[in-house]
Design a protein around this ligand. Structure first.
Ligand code: SAH
Ligand code: SF4
Ligand code: F3S
Length: 447
């Protein structure tokens, strides 16, 4: 097509970054850029980066470094860095890597097309990394023919974080909590439902405090539970998920939603980080292990089939063997369906980087291995107990193994593979009886 250019986007990090990349692709599409699968073919490369741990940031730097040769061959190529490394490093990234054209922080992605056009026409190198407390997330309706699964989508409801956990870079890269206008969120969900989307995942760094910033400035009193009820009322949506939640902001009203809203999937990702009160205090998490366990118990009372998953950091500065033993006790007590666990990593803007009593790398590795081995056993035991049960599965598509095999997701987000000779459509709901628990999935038969 005459006048089109090629766009290549590489995305690291969390679901919000994935959603931001979709938004950037759509905005660039409106400015005649078509997505391509190869960086070599691109007229513009966007690397959407993550800075949550040292390794994540390192991956972004090495990918960006590798694009120098492309830029030397093609001086008109525009290379943009977006996401959390962009926000964290700002202007200094342009100095460090002279082949980069643009550095764009998370609040500035809506200006991408304009900034790329300026870089192209005037060869201007810019760092757009201002973070404004009065920033408003613009209304935005997703395009449905731009790739992505036809039956499920992410919807960002807020961005930023006010919690300042001492290990975390996110409040520094995403700024303060900003909630989207409820009418914009509901318009987006209705638009998705009208285009055949059946499942939505509401995204925010701390969704449980949705609306607090708007209430403080005299806007509508809609909080997260009220937003969930409004989203559940949208016709056509059959499954609602959300991520991520801070335990301190998990209210009794949100727990009640799990008893009362049938469309709300029985899965709660509730990052615990550590089982030691001493370490939780040093992390600035504002809850104790007892507070946390009481919330887990309340969720299980409201929805006995709820799957609980978590995030854990091992080797936070000052973590003793006794502190770690309390984390192990916690995973044995809660029996998480699954857990993401990480070795603590110093982040440049996070205060824990200056904490004393750093845990040696080999101790962190050994603790992580012990924790992951135990969690694998627990996950496996929980999966094995599902054999013989019938689960409601939402069809995703044909399974990777060809033939008659299909793949879907249970309400608690497990991958379920099953045989079926009929043609199925993504988003369809079917009952599947579990026959076998594999390592990362279940196998079953149509019931
Ligand atoms: N907003 C989410 C966290 C997103 S970051 C929340 O509050 O739960 C995802 C996970 O990365 C965190 O839950 C934490 O377990 C981990 N993480 C964050 N900073 C880290 C660091 N400096 N080192 C190791 N893990 C970290
Ligand atoms: Fe980071 Fe804590 Fe905010 Fe989560 S709640 S994004 S871990 S500062
Ligand atoms: Fe990474 Fe930023 Fe998300 S640091 S996890 S991309 S909020």
């Amino acid at each position: 097509m005459a006048g089109t250019r090629n766009l290549y986007i590489e995305t690291f990090g969390c679901q919000m970054n994935e959603r931001d990349s979709e938004i950037m692709a759509q905005l660039m599409g409106e400015d005649s850029y078509l997505e391509t699968a190869r960086a070599e073919d691109a007229d513009c490369i966007v690397v959407n980066t993550c800075s949550i741990r040292g390794k994540a940031a390192q991956k972004a730097y090495s990918l960006l470094g590798g694009y120098r040769a492309l830029k030397e061959r093609r001086p008109d190529l525009v290379i943009a860095v977006a996401g959390c490394v962009a926000q964290q490093d700002g202007e200094s990234l342009l100095k460090r890597m002279p082949h980069l054209d643009l550095v764009i922080g998370p609040q500035n992605i809506y200006r991408l097309a304009e900034l790329v056009a300026a870089a192209r026409d005037k060869a201007a190198r810019t760092a757009a990394t201002e973070l404004r407390p009065d920033f408003a997330i613009p209304p935005f309706l997703p395009k449905m023919d731009g790739g992505g699964p036809p039956h499920k989508r992410f919807v960002t409801i807020m961005q930023g974080c006010n919690n300042f956990c001492t290990y975390c870079v996110v409040p520094h890269t995403r700024g303060r909590e900003i909630s989207r206008r409820p009418e914009d969120i509901l318009a987006e969900v209705s638009h998705l439902a009208a285009h055949g989307v059946r499942e939505i995942t509401l995204l925010g760094q701390n969704v449980n405090s949705y609306g607090r910033d708007r209430q403080a400035t005299g806007h509508d009193p809609l909080d997260f539970p009220a937003l969930l009820r409004a989203v559940a009322a949208v016709e056509g949506i059959s499954r609602i998920r959300f991520t991520t939640s801070h335990p301190k902001d998990l209210s009794p009203e949100l727990v009640r939603c799990f008893a009362e809203i049938a469309k709300l999937c029985p899965h709660f990702h509730l990052p615990v980080q550590s089982g030691s009160d001493r370490i939780l205090a040093r992390m600035n998490r504002h809850y104790t292990r007892a507070d946390y366990l009481a919330k887990v118990a309340a969720l299980r009372r409201a929805r006995p089939d709820i799957a609980i998953t978590t995030d854990i950091i091992v080797g936070f500065p000052g973590e003793s063997e006794a502190d770690f033993a309390e984390t192990m006790e916690t995973i044995n007590f809660v029996r998480y369906d699954s857990a993401f666990s990480f070795k603590y990593s110093d982040r440049p803007l996070a205060v824990a980087a200056d904490f004393p009593a750093k845990v040696p790398e080999e101790v962190k590795s050994e603790r992580l291995a012990r924790l992951q081995a135990r969690q694998d056993e627990i996950s496996q035991e929980i999966s094995a107990a599902l054999v013989g049960q019938t689960l409601e599965v939402m069809v995703e598509g044909r399974s990777k193994n060809a033939g008659r095999q299909w793949s879907g997701r249970s309400a608690d987000n497990r991958i379920v593979n099953f045989d079926c000779d009929r043609q199925l459509a993504p988003g369809q709901l079917l009952p599947v009886r579990v026959a076998e628990a594999c390592r990362h999935s279940l196998r079953g038969r149509l019931a």
